[in-house]
Write a new protein. Structure first.
Length: 302
C-alpha cells in the first residue's frame, strides 16, 4: 500500500478498492490500538470538532489553517454520519495518521459506534458505494480502537462530550475499556455523550437519552481536582463554530461542520493553541454545494 497514492486518490474523491480500504483501516486500527486512552500532547496544536462527513470542508480547513505535517492536529471525534462523505473523511484522516502518526490525534466520538452508524448515514453510504456491507464492519472495527482523550501541556483536556458523576478524575477516563461498542450507560457513554448546561449547578438527565448534563459547580470542581485550566469538547451544534460555557473561558465547544445538514447557516471553527498556550480561533465558511459532486444524491431521488 502506497500511502501517498491513497491520499491523492482520496483528495480527488475517488472510491478506494476494497483491498486498499481493508489494508488502510487495518493499519489505522493497529496505530490507534497502540495508543493509550489519554494522549499527552505538547503545544502548539490545532483542535477540530465534529467533521460529520463534510469532506470538502475538511480539505478547505487544511488549506486555510495549515496542512498536517506542518502542524499538529487533534480531532475530537464524530468523523462520520449526517454529511454524505463519511467514508472519504474518515479514510483521509486515517491515511494522514499513517503518514504522520505523531502529527494527528483522532479521538472517538459517540458517532464512532455501530448502533449510531446503522441509523445516521454511514451504512447507507457504504451500501451506495460498495456492493456489500463488509466495509462497514471494517470501519467499525477501526472505530473501536480510537483513543478517548488528549491532554495538552498537562493543563488542557480534549474530549468529545463531557464529564459526569462517574467521571470525576482523569484516572476515571484512563480506566475505561474502550475497545468495544459504546455502551448505553456508564462512564464511557457519559464521556462521549454529555453536554454542559446552565440550567443546573450539578447534574441533570440529558434530553439526548444518553450521557448527562453537567453544571458549572461540578465542572469547576473537576478542573480544580485535576489541575486543568480548560476543557475542549465538541458534540454540540454551534452556529458560530465555537462557544464558551458558564460565563468563563474554561469550558469550550468547537464545531467544525459548516452548513451542517445542508440546511443550517452555521460556520465551522477550529482552535489554534500556540506554544505559550495562547488561543486563536479560525472560523471558516462551508464549501458551496455547487462546488461539490453531489450527483449521486439526484440519482437517489429519481
Ligand atoms: Mn457527538
Amino acid at each position: 500500500m502506497n500511502i501517498d497514492n491513497i491520499l491523492n486518490k482520496l483528495k480527488n474523491k475517488e472510491t478506494l478498492e476494497t483491498n486498499d480500504l481493508k489494508l488502510l483501516l487495518d493499519k489505522g486500527a493497529e496505530l490507534f490500538k497502540a495508543e493509550p486512552n489519554i494522549i499527552q500532547v505538547t503545544a502548539p496544536a490545532t483542535i477540530v470538532g465534529d467533521v460529520h462527513g463534510h469532506f470538502y470542508d475538511l480539505l478547505k480547513l487544511f488549506e486555510t489553517n495549515g496542512e498536517i505535517g506542518d502542524k499538529k492536529y487533534i480531532f475530537l471525534g464524530d468523523y462520520v454520519n449526517r454529511g454524505v462523505f463519511s467514508v472519504l473523511s474518515f479514510c483521509y484522516l486515517v491515511s494522514l495518521k499513517i503518514k504522520f502518526p505523531d502529527q494527528i490525534i483522532m479521538l472517538r466520538g459517540n458517532h464512532e459506534s455501530r448502533q449510531i452508524c446503522e441509523v445516521y448515514g454511514l451504512k447507507t453510504e457504504i451500501e451506495r458505494i460498495y456492493s456489500n456491507t463488509d466495509p462497514l464492519d471494517w470501519l467499525i472495527e477501526t472505530f473501536y480502537n480510537l483513543p478517548l482523550a488528549a491532554i495538552i501541556n498537562n493543563t488542557i483536556l480534549c474530549i468529545h462530550g463531557g464529564i459526569s458523576d462517574l467521571i470525576k478524575t482523569i484516572d476515571d477516563i484512563e480506566t475505561i475499556d474502550r475497545f468495544q461498542e459504546v455502551p448505553t450507560t456508564g462512564k464511557f457513554t457519559d464521556l462521549l455523550w454529555s453536554d454542559p448546561t446552565e440550567e443546573v449547578e450539578m447534574y441533570k438527565e440529558s434530553p439526548r437519552g444518553a450521557g448527562r448534563l453537567f453544571g458549572k459547580k461540578v465542572f469547576d470542581e473537576f478542573l480544580e481536582k485535576n489541575n486543568l485550566t480548560l476543557v475542549i469538547r465538541s458534540h454540540m451544534y454551534v452556529e458560530e463554530g465555537y462557544k464558551y460555557h458558564f460565563g468563563e473561558e474554561k469550558c469550550l465547544t468547537i464545531f467544525s461542520s459548516p452548513k451542517y445538514s445542508f440546511s443550517c447557516n452555521n460556520v465551522g471553527a477550529v482552535l489554534n493553541i500556540d506554544q505559550d498556550l495562547n488561543r486563536t480561533f479560525k472560523v471558516f465558511e462551508g464549501v458551496p454545494d455547487e462546488e461539490k459532486d453531489l450527483s449521486f444524491l439526484k440519482e437517489v431521488k429519481k
